[in-house]
Design a protein around this ligand. Structure first.
Ligand code: ADP
Ligand code: GLC
Length: 481
């Protein structure tokens, strides 16, 4: 099974969120199951800065787009059975950020990621790598399906290739002016509502939903939610029309990177049978943020994009009541300026009760997973969510809104029976969040019950093997179709 895997971010090379974790881990597990996976991503400045030894694959090639010849090169790096190919065009990718700055998205994102998609296809041809499956992720890779359908349709090289599109987040669709199609070498006739047009704009994500042989999303519940108007972001009708080939496969965790027993980024390691290391991590976390953090009351962590999706506005509204419960809050995140300002002000007023760092920092993130007692995820929607799974492995109890992958991965703890691994609430409102955090706080005062809950959470197994087999089965089914 030969799989070409296109993603706009892949760990350890570049990351802004969960897509990178998935695109880094899944190919390796697939390779372990016998698939030959070659991954493609842009050569960003962030990758260059890491000084990873890259092997030149194509020194110079040209792609004609919009009447212009655009030069690029291709480099590769191989690790754990997977080769990653980097599309190098400095004009497009040698920039401070992946998608845009605090001031907004880069205005040429349409051209940038169309170029990435098309250059990836050309690289496959140049390497004589004829994939059984092209598996693209999110809008940044979705135009690959339009190219395969309309530009490479008669190309014998891809005659046997089947395609899979994975939606990690339906809300980010890649919307651009209609002139984009011409500039990126796609037929202008695709600008109609049955193809790529969406309320007067070109919608890159639609290319994935319409033209891929099958579509997946990252949890079973989200695959159902996106077919409803409430979660469909205007595309629920289109998704319903593809429901026969729309699947939900829950993401997994790479426990080589996320395991308190072996994690090099946390102050002290620990195992479920002996949590003394976790107590040290909690102390170090409190010291790092200058928090009082009394041991009788829980420390509540958050590691998150500060975006509407993640329900930060609900946290802001609930803040006084959460403090009223006696919680200590520790938040690490970047994003929305208004949310940052609100949290910074609250932190200044409550310096020993609220820890806040506006940054993207892997080490602090791991320390929060390890040093907190509970983990808040009040998302308005959540395609899968990885942070609840990471928190559980570190014995940190998730308090989540019952939506998408959060609902699929967290079960409310039942102290009577001793089942469950977290706390859930349904309405995206401050009060239910405070109530759920209150249930966690009350149980925290009962050490025997709490201990049982922590054990359950640490024993929950979200390793990739099961999900990777589901992808492999789907690849086989598509390849045979
Ligand atoms: P999303 O992809 O929607 O942001 P996920 O839960 O799938 O949400 O994944 C988020 C990933 O990004 C996790 O690996 C999390 O630890 C990481 N992350 C988010 N914000 C930060 C941050 N400020 N610093 C470090 N890691 C972060
Ligand atoms: C997206 C989603 C998140 C998911 C991640 C990886 O960023 O917001 O829920 O876990 O992709 O699939």
């Amino acid at each position: 099974m030969k799989v070409a895997f296109l993603a706009s971010e892949v760990i350890p090379y570049a990351k802004t969120g969960g897509l990178a974790d998935v695109a880094g881990a899944l190919p390796k597990v697939l390779a372990g199951l016998g698939a030959e996976v070659r991954a493609f991503m842009p050569l960003y400045r962030e990758v260059r800065k890491k000084k990873i030894p890259l092997t030149p694959v194509i020194e110079r090639a040209e792609l004609e787009m919009g009447g212009e010849k655009l030069a690029y090169a291709v480099f590769s790096h191989r690790a754990d059975g997977v080769t990653v190919y980097f599309i190098d065009r400095p004009e497009y990718f040698d920039r401070d950020c992946l998608y845009g700055t605090a001031a907004g998205d880069y205005p040429d994102n349409g051209e940038r990621f169309a170029f990435f998609s098309r250059a990836s296809i050309e690289t496959m041809r140049a390497m004589r790598y004829s994939p059984d499956i092209v598996h693209g992720h999110d809008w940044q890779s979705a135009l690959v399906f339009a190219y395969l359908r309309y530009v490479y349709a008669g190309d014998a090289f891809f005659a046997r290739t089947r395609t899979l599109f994975t939606i990690h987040n339906l809300a980010y669709q890649g919307l651009f002016d209609d002139e984009l199609l011409d500039r990126i070498g796609l037929p202008a006739s695709l600008f109609n509502m049955n193809e790529l047009e969406f309320y007067g704009k070109v919608n890159a994500l639609k290319a994935g939903i319409l033209y891929a042989t099958a579509v997946t999303t990252v949890s079973p519940r989200y695959s159902r939610e996106i077919q409803t108007p409430a979660f469909g972001c205007g595309l629920d009708g289109l998704l319903r029309s593809r429901s026969a080939v729309l699947y939900g496969i829950l993401n997994g965790v790479d426990y080589r990177d996320w395991n308190p027993a072996t994690d090099h980024l946390i102050p002290r390691n620990y195992v479920p049978e002996d949590l003394t290391g976790k107590i040290t991590c909690r102390k170090e976390l409190a010291a790092l943020f200058g928090l009082a953090a009394p041991t009788t009351l829980p420390v509540a962590g958050m590691v998150t994009r500060l975006a509407g999706q993640k329900g930060l506005d609900i946290v802001c509204e609930a803040l006084q009541d959460l403090l009223g419960l006696g919680l200590t809050l520790v938040i690490l995140g970047t994003g929305d300026q208004k949310i940052q300002d609100f949290l910074l002000e609250a932190q200044e007023k409550n310096p020993t009760r609220i820890g806040l760092k506006i940054a993207f920092d892997e080490r602090i993130a791991h320390t929060i997973y390890a040093g907190s007692d509970i983990f808040l995820i009040p998302s308005r929607y959540e395609p899968c969510g990885l942070t609840q799974m990471y928190a559980m492995k570190y014995g940190t109890i998730p308090v989540v809104r019952a939506t998408g992958g959060l609902d699929d991965s967290v079960q409310e703890f039942d102290p009577q029976v001793g089942n469950g691994n977290g706390f859930k609430f349904v309405e995206a409102e401050p009060e239910p969040l405070v109530e759920a955090a209150g249930r966690a706080g009350a149980l925290f005062k009962k050490p025997i019950d709490w201990r049982k809950l922590v054990r359950n959470a640490m024993a929950a197994d979200f390793s990739w093997e099961r999900s990777a087999s589901a992808y492999l089965d789907l690849y086989k089914k598509l390849a045979a179709s």
